[in-house]
Structures are given as structure tokens and as C-alpha cells.
Ligand binder design. Structure first.
Ligand SMILES: Nc1ncnc2c1ncn2[C@@H]1O[C@H](COP(=O)(O)OP(=O)(O)OP(=O)(O)O)[C@@H](O)[C@H]1O
Length: 235
């Protein structure tokens, strides 16, 4: 459907070895440019749902549409390509390469993505300059952008992970508890910057958190248990 970023219909997912489906979601629709907070108890299946939307895993019975692509019809390779080009993923554990500098970690986002490279090439400045500018906007100092990731604080590493997700303007940002290690001031600042970057590009944001106080910042807050009738919905 035009204007729709994510559409789930009759999604059902069960981990191998589990006795029942973790996720059974009859329907969910998220519009392009919408900022959605997803909440749920620990172990209820939030990260699993994000991995299905990002095409990392695939459900047996599913209709998952992302940016008008039917993920059920796509091979792993095609889903990897869509993710590289159009989905910025901020992982709980950041997944930074420790001995690369902050800006080099950001540059990784375009390495496997011709679409991101093309959008970056349309700007005047070099890719390195654009990576550094994004890190400065997110609150790192110029010298921090040159430091290896393992020498940065947890909060700084979170910002590098966010910059890498945003680099090259993907259409969808998926963030899995990206503010869990930040204090309240840094958390609000981080969310404002993430929102500004998303607003500038009409980027959709799907943001998982345990922190109910963040809900007013978002267009919509979804409780996973309210949309899921699988085993994750009963906890
Ligand atoms: N790779 C996997 N193989 C088998 N089971 C898994 C795998 N990953 C997650 N699970 C199981 O799926 C359930 C949901 O896990 P998931 O990480 O999606 O929950 P969550 O809501 O994101 O939890 P949290 O808030 O604690 O991060 C858990 O019971 C977990 O053990």
C-alpha cells in the first residue's frame, strides 16, 4: 500500500525447538515517516519481531511487507540487500568493530550498499566528511571521531551505532533499546537528534524500549502483548 512502510499480516514465528509460536500477529501497519515505540516484557519477542521485519530471520507462515517488498518471496541474499540499502539497525550490543575509529565504523554502512553510496555521492562533501559531520551532530567531538571504538564510553558507542544506522539515509531505522545505557539527559538529547534526522528524510522509526516515559515523544506506542496472541503475548 502506498504510504505504508511496514505491513504484517498473519505473522507466525516459532524458534526451532520451541513448543509453541512466540509470535502470532494478525495485523500491524506502520506508515512511512511514522515514529513508533514498541514495548513489551523481557523475553516477549520484541527483538525477534525486529529481526523478522529486518529480514534477518524468516517466519514459515508470514506476510511481511517492508517498503512494498514481500519478504516472504525474497531469498536471504535479496533480504540482505534490502536491509543494507534501506534499513538502519541500531543493535542492543551496537556491533561496532572495536579497532576501527568511530568514523570508519560509520563508513561501514555504505560498504555493501550501492543505494546508500549513491545518496552520499549526491552530497558535496566526501563520505568521510559526512560521517564525521553526523558524529558531531550526535555529540561526539572531532577527536572522538578519530578514536577507536573500544576507547569510547558506552554512551559514545551508542551514538556511533546510531550514526552508522542513519548514514546514507535509509528509509527505515530499527532501534533495539538504544537508550538503555544513557542517563536521562543524554537519553532525551539522543532521541531528539534521532528524531530530527528521521524527520529530515521522512524516515520511519521503529524503536524498542522498556522505558514507558518515552512514549509521549512518539507518534504511537504499541504494547507487543496487545497485538500478539503467540506465547510471547502471554508473559
Ligand atoms: N536465536 C534464538 N534461538 C532460539 N530462541 C531464541 C533465539 N533468540 C531469542 N529466542 C527466544 O525467544 C524469546 C524472545 O526473545 P527476544 O529476544 O525476542 O525477546 P525481547 O522481548 O526482545 O527480550 P528483552 O526485552 O529481554 O531483550 C525468548 O524466550 C528467547 O529465549
Amino acid at each position: 500500500m502506498p504510504g505504508t512502510c511496514i505491513e504484517l499480516k498473519q505473522l507466525e514465528f516459532q524458534w526451532p525447538g520451541a513448543t509453541q509460536p512466540l509470535l502470532r500477529i494478525p495485523e500491524l501497519q506502520i506508515s512511512r515517516g511514522e515514529r513508533v515505540l514498541l514495548r513489551g516484557a523481557s523475553g516477549s519477542g520484541k527483538s525477534t519481531l525486529l529481526s523478522l521485519i529486518a529480514g534477518i530471520h524468516k517466519a514459515k507462515a508470514q506476510q511481511v511487507f517492508v517498503l512494498d517488498h514481500d519478504l516472504g518471496d525474497m531469498s536471504q541474499r535479496q533480504r540482505d540487500k534490502l536491509r543494507a540499502n534501506e534499513i538502519g539497525y541500531i543493535f542492543q550490543q551496537f556491533n561496532l568493530l572495536p579497532y576501527l575509529s568511530a568514523y570508519q565504523n560509520v563508513l561501514l554502512a555504505q560498504q555493501f550498499s550501492p543505494a546508500r553510496r549513491q545518496r552520499l555521492n549526491a552530497q558535496q562533501s566526501s563520505h568521510k566528511q559526512q560521517a564525521q559531520n553526523l558524529l558531531l551532530q550526535l555529540g561526539l567531538t572531532e577527536s572522538d571521531t578519530e578514536r577507536p571504538a573500544h576507547q569510547l564510553s558506552v554512551g559514545q558507542q551508542q551514538r556511533v551505532a546510531a550514526a552508522r544506522a542513519l548514514f546514507g539515509s535509509p528509509a527505515l531505522i530499527i532501534a533495539d533499546e538504544p537508550t538503555s545505557a544513557l542517563d536521562a539527559d543524554h537519553r532525551d538529547n539522543f532521541i531528539q537528534i534521532l528524531f530530527e534526522a528521521c524527520r529530515a528524510n521522512n524516515t520511519t522509526l521503529l524503536f524498542v524500549t522498556h522505558d514507558a516515559s518515552l512514549a509521549p515523544h512518539f507518534d504511537r506506542a504499541i504494547e507487543l502483548a496487545d497485538i500478539n496472541t503467540g506465547s510471547g503475548g502471554w508473559s
